[in-house]
Design a protein around this ligand. Sequence first.
Ligand SMILES: Cc1cc2nc3c(=O)[nH]c(=O)nc-3n(C[C@H](O)[C@H](O)[C@H](O)COP(=O)(O)OP(=O)(O)OC[C@H]3O[C@@H](n4cnc5c(N)ncnc54)[C@H](O)[C@@H]3O)c2cc1C
Length: 401
Amino acid sequence: MDFSFTPEQEAFRTKLRGFLDQCAAELFPPGGMSSLGVSLLDVTDDAQWERLLEYHRRLYRAGYVALHWPKEHGGAAADPVTLAIFQDETLRLGLPMFGANQLAIDRIGPTIIMLGTDQQRRRYLPKMLSGGEIWCQGYSEPNAGSDLAALKTSAVLENDHFVINGQKVWTSIAHRAQFQCLLVRTDTNAPKHRGISYLLVDMRTPGITIRPLVQITGERGFNEVFYDNVRVPKDNLVGALNDGWRASIATLMYERISGGARHPVERDLGELIALSKQVEFEGVAAYRHPYVRQKLAQFLIDARTVRLARYRALDSMRHQAPGAQSSFGKLLATELNLRMANFADELLGAHNVLAPGSFGAIGEGRWSQRLLGARALTIAAGSTEVQHNIIGERILGLPKE
Ligand SMILES: Cc1cc2nc3c(=O)[nH]c(=O)nc-3n(C[C@H](O)[C@H](O)[C@H](O)COP(=O)(O)OP(=O)(O)OC[C@H]3O[C@@H](n4cnc5c(N)ncnc54)[C@H](O)[C@@H]3O)c2cc1C
């Protein structure tokens, strides 16, 4: 097997690397939040959000924003190797893969390309790409998370509008978004998976109230969203009425692919190794301690496995829309991210209670922040247990739970 890159692929990498290094240096200088990883969960601060938007615009202008989209919809129809290079280089710096419009570019846009009308594609895709309209995803409700099909937010068709009532929760970046893909119940009598529809909703429509939720990290990344007689044009339905489960699964599968590609686990491992050279463990330099060395070696093996799972997911998209395979990368990356954050906590001991910016915080306090944030990532886009169930049932062929 030949794993070497062609001269064209190496040229693509060199140009991309120069571009990303410049963006990182100008927009997310060291010592700022970038050293913690530029995260869409941290969109509290207006200045940070403006930097993310600017990063998005630069990606767009340089033609990097949606390499995986088909050319006729503004993408580059890039092959899996080019996409892998793009992922590797972005993750090297911990930059967000799809700028400020991650949800639009990685999952909602592809769902509209797959199931939307020509009119919807023309109306929404260009501004997704340019960052002119930011999107969020209204799926989860207080009593519908893992069991998403239990959702109750209702939409009733009145002439040429749906009238929506209900509540969503954990809606990431709703407070920054202009649009949302929204799952609603349109038939209360049908079996629960069959009475759901997928709508595109303008967040400025009267009757929508957005209330921020504050995470344990102190960041304000997600929200509760309430709908009180919100009127949405009938033309904003994606796919057929009551067939929204199909669209929602497409969106979730694309989301899990990017879930495996979002966490810069190899970069973080480099920082963990650097940390092991800074601190002591049981009276010796941590990196000399056999327990620490065993752990670091295992993390490296796991990080390489995550990389291969990413590549495999990209390759599988060449032939088909993503399937249960996309659960692997999401599961491996988010669990590894959590284990590394826990291990940093073990190394740092009491030092890890110091928040970023505190006097005496080792490594700028980034590990305490990462530890607080890591659990959430194992829940978002379907929890670890749900990924295990999917792999068990759809890949191993185990009976349904
Ligand atoms: C950071 C973050 C961002 C998010 N962003 C969004 C967003 O933008 N839009 C959106 O719609 N939602 C979003 N979510 C919500 C997310 O999709 C849900 O939190 C997730 O699906 C789990 O649902 P739940 O919180 O209701 O937990 P529950 O479904 O109530 O699960 C509680 C626990 O039970 C376990 N469990 C549940 N069912 C099973 C089962 N069948 N077998 C074994 N164990 C099970 C779960 O693994 C979990 O540990 C976000 C969540 C997080 C953490």
